[in-house]
Write a protein that binds this ligand. Structure first.
Ligand code: BMA
Length: 798
């Protein structure tokens, strides 16, 4: 059966697209955007100002304290069976159809379907009332009798970051955040398809297709599947379950980015009778096998790595948080741009962190087609949760909805129960505020959710891997270096030196990070220049970590002159972050196969803020994103700085068995070549120590190159940057044929080209006097007149 013949006979009408919605504010009705939320609607009508600007966040806290009502009318042509589908209501909603209460919701992550056949008329009124959240939470806490770690938010199944985070504003919207549809059908319909991969070899993929059909009559139908297989079936009234065996010959595998193609197969299934097709569904799948290995045979310890299609693969990536507090502002383009930036930074995995949202379908579709593996947390973070029957049932349904929705995406590599809940309970002193009985009850609740309900659902509804919590152990427990995934926050939270990234190496680093400031145009989006100093009220409001600015400045002082000029301070903060994080990323990759993953905290921001991100709210790359691109490249050179001015030179690579020539060069600060060594190398392992070079003088630097693969290392310095006297460079540039050509008369480092709109193809690079740097700008017609070029020279002369 061809895809084009798969025409649905049941109807799915998106009510949000066909009708006008309104919301009520102080007795008046205003037009509303659906999907959307109350904040966006209030902004659109000029009732509130942009909550991201200045300190506006403070002035909008009344919004979640109120009730918000949305309404619409829609028309209907009668079918025998009709249901309303709400793909996402945030959060406590009472839904009325033609004045009858049809639904109460309590979970923004669930999909709700209500049979409304008996209530529909030709013209229908739909009213959705969103209740104020905090009153409900307070009531739930009173009923429980004590407060749980994480605060009152744990009672509500709503994105954790809406309540504020150490990188996020407290902006807690409510509303119809996903589409609303009217589903109508007459005879029977396909409810669900679940495709299992039974066996995958080079010559064949054997699949079992589980099909659920709902029928309003007893009936004989024909099922038509992918490979033109046809079967006659007899339906009973109600729910019918069948399975079909389907084979794909000479299957092409799906591979993560960097390892092969991302072949996807469409599997159409249709049901028909003598009058033609009654219903059909097409499911896209990718053929791949993902195993999570958590028992390391050699050491007997618990390792943690992924084997994809038989190959153990090192995971290079980052942690993803939602792209906006107001989800309706995240367009298809935002999804594409961010995931393209993930691939451009040579990543093959991102972790969707548990304090955000289960992402929209488009996110996973793009991950499938770009080869980005997804470590998917369930939405539980940094807290302990209630465990009463209603709550457990609620999260069970939430898990079923989302595991079913995402199970066919080849990109899904892992479902993980929670972020840091177990770690917090065991090592952050949470237990101290409870009696023994309370503590026992809370821990049992944890076990029920994360050791029983969630793994069972993942197992029964998908073929994915499950892991209880990230991390297995945090930095407070020495076992974090030997077992499972780790979050290492000694650097940053405990003020440990960046060097410790090189020694505290776990089996899989699922979080480590350091903050920096976003570029000045991003800061200008929420403040004017009069506020551009760290202590200003606005800058403080856009730094959510209580010690954030202090930590950045303290670490900066260790290595750099702390610039008095605000814009240079921002530049320095980005170099500080990227150079520090480089130590960790390179050390993790060098430590293969002991360590098999490096996911830094964090990829992105949900508003303009100082944070751990490598890419700011507007998608601008910080220095760290360029560093990730460099360190995560398929082949990369790592300079490991040792005691006594010695550098170990490593090649770290996703592929092995190639020959090359390594050039090891040292230069004076004025660009004079001091020494040059050529070494023929045969790369036989994924991380290979090639040589050690020792320096006599401090005022020299080292650069290494792999000649054939055209890979260049970053520069190695022996001293702290603040101790160097860089000669004043004479930098020249011209702009021709959409390319910016830059030259210099002395070496320049961390060259930052800025001051104009658009994104350059490279930045924060090194340039030597005999080289030309050619840069492209995404905006082909950018104006080079205001261009500013800084390098480490500009930091040190400050
Ligand atoms: C991690 C995350 C977040 C937090 C980050 C920085 O552990 O899981 O909860 O934002 O640390 O503190």
């Amino acid at each position: 059966m061809s895809l084009s013949s798969c025409i649905k006979k049941q109807e799915l009408v998106l009510i949000n697209e066909l009708t006008d919605w309104e919301f009520q504010y102080e007795d008046k009705w205003f037009s509303a955007q659906v999907p959307g939320n109350n904040f966006s609607d209030l902004i659109n009508h000029g009732i509130i100002n942009d909550p991201f600007y200045g300190t506006n966040e403070d002035s909008i806290q009344w919004i979640p304290e109120r009730e918000w009502v949305y309404q619409t009318t829609f028309y209907n042509t009668k079918y025998s069976n009709e249901s309303l589908i709400f793909n996402g209501l945030d959060t406590y909603a009472d839904v009325y159809l033609n004045d009858s209460l049809i639904l109460n919701t309590n979970n923004m992550f669930r999909k709700w379907e209500v049979n409304v056949s008996h209530l529909l008329k030709e013209k229908n009124s739909l009213i959705i009332k969103f209740n104020a959240i905090s009153k409900i939470e307070t009531q739930k806490q009173i009923t429980l009798g004590y407060a749980l770690p994480g605060g009152k938010r744990v009672f509500t199944r709503k994105a954790g970051f809406h309540y504020g985070w150490d990188w996020g504003a407290k902006i807690s919207p409510s509303g119809i955040w996903k589409s609303v549809a009217l589903k109508s059908w007459n005879i029977c319909k396909i409810n669900d398809i679940h495709i299992n991969n039974d066996n995958l070899t080079d010559s064949i993929a054997n699949l079992t297709v589980n099909i659920e059909i709902e029928s309003s009559v007893k009936k004989i139908i024909t099922i038509n599947a992918y490979d033109n297989k046809t079967e006659e079936l007899s339906l009973k009234k109600g729910i019918n379950k069948f399975l079909l065996k389907v084979s794909i010959l000479n299957p092409e595998l799906w591979w993560p980015n960097g390892y092969g193609n991302q072949k996807l197969y469409a599997i159409p299934i249709s049901i028909s009778d003598k009058n033609g097709i009654i219903d059909c569904k097409t499911t896209k799948i990718g053929l791949r096998d993902i195993k999570l290995v958590s028992k390391d045979k050699i050491s007997g310890n618990e390792g943690f790595y992924f084997i994809i299609n038989g190959k153990p693969i090192f995971m290079k990536g980052s942690n993803y948080v939602p792209q906006d507090n107001l989800q309706n502002r995240v367009t298809k383009k935002h999804y594409y741009n961010i995931l393209k930036d993930v691939v451009d930074a040579n990543m093959n995995m991102i972790r969707v962190w548990g304090g955000g949202i289960y992402e929209q379908d488009i996110f996973y579709n793009l991950c499938d087609s770009l080869g980005i593996l997804v470590w998917q947390d369930f939405m539980f973070a940094c807290a302990m949760y209630p465990s009463d029957t209603l709550f457990l049932e609620n999260i069970k349904q939430e898990a079923i909805d989302n595991v079913k929705r995402l199970r066919h995406h080849p990109s899904i590599a892992l479902w993980c129960g929670n972020n840091e809940n177990s770690e917090g309970w065991h090592r952050w002193g949470w237990q101290n505020s409870f009696t023994e009985d309370q503590a026992e009850k809370i821990w049992k609740g944890y076990q029920k959710i994360f050791q029983d309900i969630l793994p069972k659902i993942v197992n029964s509804y998908s073929q994915s891997n499950y892991w209880e919590s990230s991390p297995k152990f945090g930095r407070g427990d020495p076992r974090h270096q030997f077992e499972g995934p780790a979050h290492y926050w000694g650097v940053w939270h405990d003020g440990e030196p960046f060097k410790n990234f090189e020694t505290k190496i776990p089996r899989f680093m699922s979080e480590f990070g350091f903050q920096s400031f976003p570029q000045i145009s991003t800061i200008a989006s929420f403040s004017d220049s009069a506020n551009w100093y760290l202590q200003s009220e606005i800058m403080q409001a856009h730094q959510k970590h209580p010690r954030g600015n202090k930590l950045i400045t303290e670490y900066m002082r260790r290595e750099y002159n702390v610039p008095r000029n605000f814009e240079k301070f921002i530049y320095a903060s980005q170099i500080l972050q990227s150079n520090g994080m480089r130590l960790g990323m390179e050390a993790h990759r060098r430590s293969q196969p002991y360590c098999m993953g490096s996911l830094y905290w964090q990829l992105n921001d949900c508003w303009p803020v100082a944070s751990w991100s490598s890419r700011d709210y507007y998608g601008n790359w910080k220095a760290l994103h360029f560093t990730a691109q460099d360190v995560f490249a398929p082949i990369s050179i790592s300079l490991e700085k040792k005691e006594n001015k010695i550098f170990n030179i490593w090649v770290i690579s996703d592929t092995t068995n190639f020959n090359d020539t390594l050039l090891i060069e040292t230069y004076s600060l004025t660009g004079k070549l001091i020494s040059s060594i050529k070494r023929k190398v045969k790369i036989e392992s994924k991380s290979q120590l090639i040589d050690s070079v020792s320096f006599c003088k401090d005022d020299e630097f080292i650069i290494c190159r792999l000649k054939q693969k055209r890979v260049e290392s970053k520069v190695g310095f022996t001293k702290s940057i603040k101790e160097y006297h860089f000669p004043k460079p004479n930098i020249k540039y011209n702009y021709e044929n959409n390319k910016l050509k830059i030259t210099t008369d002395t070496p320049i480092f961390q060259v930052y080209v800025h001051g104009v709109r658009g994104k350059f193809s490279d930045n924060f690079f090194t340039l030597l006097p005999d080289q030309e740097k050619l840069l492209e700008n995404k905006l082909s017609n950018f104006n080079p007149n205001n261009l500013v070029i800084w390098s480490l020279y500009d930091l040190n002369k400050n």
